[in-house]
Design a protein around this ligand. Structure first.
Ligand SMILES: CC(C)(COP(=O)(O)OP(=O)(O)OC[C@H]1O[C@@H](n2cnc3c(N)ncnc32)[C@H](O)[C@@H]1OP(=O)(O)O)[C@@H](O)C(=O)NCCC(=O)NCCS
Length: 279
């Protein structure tokens, strides 16, 4: 295992050396020029790139040290050419990462399909399940500055008070049991903010990490667009790793952090504000 890890880190270091060398417009252009022909000399490359000799020399050295080009001959007869195996190696390395990402996405989708997860509009009959899942989030102290547990009656009243622009969606498993919920909430009652919507997202404690939050957030975004919203916003704890990852993957960016904004169980907590323009 240690040997395998060492092999991986050597492979990673090689790929990183090449990527660093390529991350310069001039060096990238040298690689493209050399890919078009068998080889090239310094004067030819200086002509084509409009670079001073010392600058070209530095770029060629960086590319050679990264293993991307080779040199042969001396003086004016010194020729540079690409090492095609290096670029093939880098291409295969990046493609491997892409394949791993694809297989993971496929696994998440398979879990959803196998489980026949569904998403539908919440009804008053869902109030107890919504309260139960909300209370998981409140008790775990990872999600909200709310500290008082909710009751089915309180959630039923909350559902009944919502207008058509502030729907609540529930995610259900194959048996129809509710495993998560999401809501589009009013951001600010002033009409100038009509295009902005806040949201809540909660997945049952034993169902987290299976793609339910991802699916619910996708459904909330679709619904927000259909309702004519221009922007979604949220407030969260920056320490909420699954939440942060989910929001960033959905294109939310950080507006700012309220430092020591709340106090829970005698501890200050920061609150991060994020937004996403729906376009
Ligand atoms: C935040 C929450 C809604 C996410 O829902 P989920 O169904 O667990 O999330 P998903 O399975 O869709 O995963 C979303 C991302 O988080 C990542 N993730 C899941 N669990 C994680 C963990 N423990 N640590 C780090 N990342 C994690 C997943 O890998 C995924 O990212 P990826 O697709 O790029 O790999 C859910 O964890 C939850 O209900 N938490 C408690 C309540 C809460 O925090 N609500 C949000 C308040 S702002």
């Amino acid at each position: 295992m240690r040997g395998q890890e060492r092999m991986q880190s050597v492979a990673e270091a090689r790929a990183l050396r090449m990527l660093r060398a390529l991350a310069s417009p001039a060096r990238f252009r040298i690689v493209e020029i050399l890919a078009e022909r068998k080889d090239g000399t310094s004067p030819q490359l200086m002509d084509e790139l409009g670079l001073a000799q010392s600058s070209l020399h530095d770029h060629l050295t960086a590319l050679r040290e990264a293993g991307l080009i080779q040199a042969s001959g001396d003086g004016p007869n010194r020729y540079y050419c690409l090492d095609p195996t290096a670029l093939e190696y880098l291409g295969a390395y990046l493609s491997g990462i892409g394949q791993r990402a694809r297989s993971w996405t496929g696994a998440v989708r398979a879990t959803r399909t196998e489980g026949e997860m569904g998403i539908r509009e919440a009804t008053s009959a869902d109030a107890a399940a919504i309260a139960r899942i909300y209370n998981h989030g409140i008790e775990d102290r990872v999600a909200t500055l709310e500290t008082e547990p909710r009751t089915p009656e309180e959630r039923a009243a909350w559902l009944a008070a919502r207008g058509p622009r502030h729907p609540v969606l529930v995610a259900t498993d194959a048996a129809g049991a509710i495993v998560g919920w999401g809501a589009l909430n009013p951001f600010n009652p002033r009409p100038v903010y009509d295009h902005v919507v806040d949201f809540s997202l909660y997945v049952a404690r034993d169902q987290r990490g299976r793609g339910i939050g991802d699916a619910l957030l996708g459904a909330l975004e679709t619904r927000a667009r259909a309702l004519g919203y221009h922007k979604m916003v949220l407030a969260a704890f920056p320490t909420n790793a699954p939440g942060m990852r989910l929001y960033e993957r959905h294109g939310f960016t950080t507006v700012g952090i309220y430092h020591e904004q709340g106090m829970i169980d005698g501890q200050w907590v920061d609150v991060i504000i994020m937004e996403r323009l729906l376009g």
